[in-house]
Ligand binder design. Structure first.
Ligand code: PEP
Ligand code: CO
Length: 451
């Protein structure tokens, strides 16, 4: 059955479909109460912000803006504290500044934050020393410690997650409004531990050139540059836990549409993009801009049908396709999927997630990613889109403003042996601040060469 057969969409319509990756709760009444409580709480974002983001994404689709989407693989409740959040904001700001200066087009900043608490897992259970327990599915569901108590899916965590999301966005909004993100004062965002001297110097040159350009313009015109002292940030997360998403879905009478007000831009992960599945059914009914991860296992027909179901009116900015093939498979699959979408006559925003197709396990059993593979996948993405007359309008990166050692390579040449030093992620390995900034500089360099 096609997802569009039933047009009487409701936030609960997905419940008759098969929902992958949902936790099993042992107390239905408790769950129902938590979802009802969540549905009564005020929204985290509002519809006009969502519409604004959609119009920015429409510009990115035309090549007039560039989407920088990034943040933790999984936020944790413990990381909902000022230092971690300020650092996330800083590294995204720094990267966006580097991209802005090179690309000469607006950079749309979308964090993987304020709701990135639910994770898909490859197995429902985890076994250690002969004991099997439910897998850790993110702080919205259960806790990572390996005990029956910690791994029990607890409905109260839905409320705790919503509260953390609201606290996170509240702090980010306050920082941004308070001038933290003022392009006149990029020194505020200095992360301090950029040790690689050439990288630091290159970054400082960019910062100065932007400061000089702003000063020049402002002294010439006698006016402050419009948005320069107030950059925008938007929130996004994987729309995985459908009861959480459903509870924050509201009908906005003025717009005559349903919105998911838990975030600006939810996306469908690779494991939940089935055409007849619950996630696609839920996502087709909300008016937010939505993303879908695209992997090698997705056929042309599947992709074409997704585009038709998720964006039947070909609305600009509505649909972002986030390809994540990995460096080994991108050349085989990206041209195919670009052509498949082209044949639908629809336009989408293409972005590249160079992280999730490049995860590997070291001989010591540690999950990592190599900087060179991440960069190479990005290079190939830019090249293939350009050769096919398509536009790569953004990147999707797992990163942290902290000085972790989770991905190898980069300017400081981290090796497998360094991974044990500061590996903090419970799930996927993230670029650290220095690697993230280096990536932005390399993208910036390539984009200069190709124009
Ligand atoms: C993620 O973005 O953290 C993720 C799980 O990605 P994917 O769905 O592409 O595997
Ligand atoms: Co991840």
């Amino acid at each position: 059955m096609r997802s569009t057969d039933n047009n009487a969409w409701q936030p609960t319509s997905w419940q008759v479909r098969k929902a992958q990756q949902q936790p099993v709760y042992d107390d239905a009444a408790q769950l129902e109460r938590a979802v009802a409580d969540l549905a009564r709480l005020p929204p985290i974002v509002v519809s006009w912000e969502i519409e604004k983001l959609r119009s920015h994404l429409a510009a990115a689709q035309r090549g007039e803006a560039f989407l920088l989407q990034g943040g933790d693989c999984a936020e944790t409740f413990a990381d909902c504290e000022s230092d971690h959040l300020a650092k996330q904001l800083k590294v995204l700001l720094q990267m966006s500044l580097v991209l802005l200066q090179a690309m000469k087009r607006p950079v749309i900043r979308v964090g993987r934050f304020a709701g990135q608490y639910a994770k898909p897992r490859s197995a429902d259970t985890e076994t250690r020393n002969g004991v099997s327990l439910p897998a850790y599915r993110g702080d919205l569901v259960n806790r990572p410690e390996f005990s029956a108590e910690a791994r029990r899916a607890d409905p109260q965590l839905l409320l705790r997650g919503y509260e953390r999301a609201a606290l996170t966005l509240n702090f980010i909004r306050a920082l941004v409004d308070g001038g933290f993100a003022d392009l006149h004062h990029p020194e505020y965002w200095d992360l301090g531990f950029m040790r690689d001297a050439p990288l630091r110097e290159a970054y400082e040159r960019i910062v100065h050139s932007i400061g000089d350009a702003l000063d020049f313009f402002e002294s010439l015109t006698g006016q402050r540059v419009g948005d320069a002292n107030h950059v925008e940030f938007f929130a996004s997360h994987e729309g995985l836990h459908l009861l959480y998403e459903q509870a924050q879905t509201r009908y906005i009478a003025r717009q005559e549409r349903w919105y998911n007000l838990s975030t600006h831009m939810p996306w469908i992960g690779m494991r939940t993009a089935q055409l007849d599945g619950a996630h696609v059914e839920y996502f087709r009914g909300i008016a937010n801009p939505v993303g879908v991860k695209i992997s090698a296992g997705m056929s042309d027909e599947w992709l074409q049908e997704l585009v038709a179901v998720l964006n039947p009116n070909n609305q600009p900015g509505r649909l972002t396709l986030i390809h994540r093939f990995g460096v080994k498979e991108i050349e085989q699959h990206l041209p195919r999927v670009i052509e498949a979408v082209r044949r639908t006559g629809q336009t989408v925003l293409w972005t590249c997630d160079p992280m999730h197709g490049n995860t590997e396990t070291t001989s010591a059993g540690v999950k990592t990613r190599r900087f060179e593979n991440i960069m190479r996948e990005l290079d190939l993405s830019f090249r293939i889109h350009r050769e096919l007359g398509s536009i790569l309008g953004g990147v999707h990166i797992e990163l942290t403003g902290e000085d972790v050692t989770e991905c190898t390579g980069g300017a400081r040449g981290l090796t497998d042996a360094d991974l044990q030093r500061a590996y903090k992620s419970q799930v996927d390995p993230r670029l650290n601040c220095e690697q993230a900034l280096e990536l932005a500089m390399l993208i910036a360099e390539r984009s200069k060469q190709s124009t």
